[in-house]
Design a protein around this ligand. Structure first.
Ligand code: GLU
Length: 335
């Protein structure tokens, strides 16, 4: 961990110029790392350019910052789970999603079949593949096509622009996702999917193949940081309650089996994906979009994690960091 002073999380962001300088520092610091490997279990991802790196910050007041490859498109992958979960909660209510899907960490890999068996077919949380597919199945819609359209337009509203499918990644994953098909069939056998399992896998695979940039991820994160209103477009996407619930789920489950370490080091709800994206959210302050395709062994972007750690400390984003209030500084109530 980099030796950099931790600022308290309370208060507001520094000035635009200071934030911009700190974003540049985070970029320089994290660029030095060349460890990790590009994901290859989806064949089309193996050809990603490993040196790409971008950091984007979207403040809740609408100001933005970007450095590096912030406009390079990559597939959203698992990060879609966070936003589909938010949309489904907004449409059908938090309580029924909680009962059907759950919020607890499995402690096992994102595509674990054992986790389903150990929990009597309960998917456990919406950030592992079982829970994500069960969440996608809950999206209202008379047909798979209607469900897909609701997902595509909902994620686009989070980003503030129309998101497009990466057809190459979609067909590459669709021809190799035997494990996800097995998970959907297993959930179906436990009565946990009300829709056709192969259609659910197809819609889920599509949502993972939507193209985003680091700039998009920052806008999507800032919508969750801003009580559900996209600060750049001004559009309300989900309710403030849904944002709070989504961020709690991300804090517990967003970084695969490293979620505890991430929260300990960085102190922000976040979600990563195997194409190298990470979205991190500081409620009330900003959304951060990070992109670098080299991953650690759990599937998290290494440079993304280093940059997030720098930003969290230098900008005072860690939601657990406080400073003692100077005695006597509170305003006195004179009666
Ligand atoms: N589409 C990928 C899968 O389901 C997403 C994986 C990820 O980003 O964690 O395997």
């Amino acid at each position: 961990m980099e030796q950099i002073a931790q600022r308290a999380a309370t208060g507001t962001l520094p000035s635009w110029e200071q934030v911009d300088g700190i974003v540049a520092d985070a970029y320089r610091y994290a660029s030095q790392d060349t460890g990790g490997h590009v994901a290859d279990y989806i064949p089309a991802l193996a050809s990603a350019e490993p040196d790409l790196f971008g950091i984007s910050v979207a403040q809740t007041d609408g100001a933005t910052h970007g450095i590096g490859d912030v406009d390079v498109a990559f597939t959203i992958q698992s990060i879609s789970k966070a936003f589909v979960y938010a949309l489904v909660c907004d449409l059908i209510g938090h309580d029924s999603v909680r009962e059907r899907i759950g919020v607890n960490n499995t402690g096992l890999a994102f595509n674990s079949v054992i986790a389903i068996e150990l929990n009597d077919g309960h998917p456990m949380n919406p950030m592992v593949n079982a829970g994500a597919m069960a969440t996608t199945a809950l999206m209202p819609g008379a047909s798979a096509e209607e469900q897909w359209e609701a997902i595509r337009s909902g994620l686009s509203a989070f980003a503030g622009r129309p998101l497009r499918l990466d057809e190459d990644v979609l067909s590459s994953e669709a021809s190799t996702n035997h494990r996800n098909r097995a998970i959907a069939q297993l959930l179906h056998s436990y009565g946990r999917l009300d829709r056709d399992p192969s259609q659910v896998v197809e819609t889920y695979t599509r949502q993972c193949a939507l193209q985003v940039t680091a700039t998009d991820l920052a806008a999507m994160g800032s919508t969750l940081a801003d009580g559900g209103v996209n600060p750049i477009t001004g559009e309300r996407v989900v309710s403030a309650t849904v944002c709070r619930d989504t961020l709690a789920v991300l804090a517990a489950n967003g970084l695969y089996e490293r979620s505890g370490e991430w929260l300990f080091d960085i102190g922000l709800p976040a979600k990563s994906g195997v194409a190298g994206g990470i979205v991190a959210v500081c409620p009330g302050k900003a959304g951060i979009g990070l992109f670098s395709p080299r991953l650690d062994s759990a599937g998290n972007s290494i440079r993304g994690r280093l940059a997030a750690a720098h930003l969290s400390r230098a900008l005072g984003l860690n939601v657990f960091a406080s400073e003692a209030v100077v005695t006597g500084s509170a305003s006195q109530i004179v009666t």
